[in-house]
Design a protein around this ligand. Structure first.
Ligand SMILES: *Cc1c(COP(=O)(O)O)cnc(C)c1O
Length: 362
């Protein structure tokens, strides 16, 4: 296992702080599967209220809470609409097909975001020949889109349109609090036309694990069944819910520091020959950049950076992603940028491309 001085491969690398661990140790516990863990119950009520919804259910991971949402809204043989580079579409191992027997229609959006013109004409009728369109999923912030968020107006426009077409609307809000901090909207206001929302605590919020799905009483009842089917109904999960509650109280506003560090890194590397990035496109905690194809593949630059103690992953043939999160300082961002410059001064051509080819991801 490589050891990194600065690991920007993912915001899932964030570690719980001592104060968060203390909150976990002190949590009052019970059996969550039978509804008897007071800390889980408190978190679920708190998050439901924050989003102006009736209920919420704690989950193991963002993949699980997204798939609980799909299960809740769509039946076997139905179709859902997702942006082509979305997590649900491309990074959840096809779970909606495996678990819910739901087919996926991939829509090309703009930087991972969907808008009404992308969706018009993409709905299939409830006709015997077709897979009826039941569900629209939006991702906010859009990871592969560059960590870009929806503005309030844009989010309302596309989600209200979905509701007006009779669709259910789910938001993959793995990094929704990054959007909240960037856009300055209130969760309940932003999610007015959204049926269910999945949030991750294990990314920039710094928890060891945990996600949550928010929605109506009826939807969350169905989602609990889905969670059970997926083997995700837990017992004394209050320890994890305590970490999540701590993060919501203490780690949301500080996400701004991560956004500033991502921009600082982007500004620095934009000066490096052979690196392409528009720092004004770095809105939240993710900085995507490209290597000039004449200089090598993203995987080769990533391999060189690993040797220099910097973790930055390849996200396409020539595209890389650096993630900023709690525990990564401005000095770390500057060190990482200096090492990108150092790596680009070397010949990358002899470095490994990737086990399954340079086009493996993206
Ligand atoms: C990380 C992530 C998820 C959930 O991932 P898990 O690893 O299953 O927790 C969902 N959506 C997006 C956009 C993500 O980045």
């Amino acid at each position: 296992m490589p050891s990194f001085k600065v690991d920007l491969r993912s915001d899932t690398k964030s570690l719980p702080t001592p104060a968060m661990k203390q909150a976990m140790v002190e949590a009052e516990l019970g059996d969550d599967m039978t509804g008897d863990d007071p800390t889980v119950n408190k978190l679920e009520a708190f998050v439901a209220e924050m989003f102006g919804k009736e209920a919420a259910v704690f989950a193991c991971s963002g993949t699980q809470s997204n798939q609980m949402g799909v299960w809740t809204h769509a039946n076997r043989g139905d179709e859902m609409l997702v942006e082509e580079k979305s997590h649900i579409g491309s990074w959840e191992a096809g779970a909606q097909a495996i678990i819910s027997s739901v087919s996926t229609r991939f829509i090309t959006g703009d930087q991972g975001r969907l808008d009404v013109p992308h969706l018009q004409g993409m709905l299939r009728a409830d006709d015997q020949h077709m897979t009826p369109t039941r569900l629209l999923c939006v991702e906010n912030t859009a990871n592969a889109g560059g960590g870009i968020s929806y503005t309030l107006e844009h989010l309302h426009r596309v989600t209200k349109w979905g509701k007006d077409q009779g669709l259910k609307v789910h938001m993959d809000g793995a990094r929704f609090f990054n959007a909240v901090v960037s856009q300055g909207y209130q969760p309940a206001e932003a999610c007015k036309y959204i049926d269910t929302i999945s949030l991750c605590f294990s990314k920039g919020l710094g928890c060891p694990m945990g996600s949550i799905l928010v929605g109506s009483h009826e939807e969350i009842r169905k989602a609990r069944r889905a969670r059970k089917i997926m083997g995700g109904a837990l017992r004394q999960s209050g320890m994890m819910a305590a970490a999540a509650h701590y993060a919501l109280d203490h780690h949301v506003e500080r996400l701004k520091e991560d956004h500033d560090n991502a921009r600082l890194f982007a500004d620095e590397i934009s000066q490096i020959p052979g690196i392409k990035i528009d720092p004004t496109n770095v809105e939240t905690n993710l900085a995507f950049f490209e290597i000039d194809p004449d200089r090598g593949y993203a995987t080769q630059l990533s391999a060189k950076l690993t040797k220099l103690g910097i973790g930055i992953g390849a996200m396409g043939s020539y595209r890389l992603r650096a993630c900023f999160y709690i525990g990564i300082t401005a000095d770390d961002a500057l060190l990482a940028a200096r090492q990108v410059a150092a790596a680009m001064e070397t010949d990358l051509s002899g470095l490994p491309v990737a086990a399954n080819g340079p086009y493996a991801r993206g």
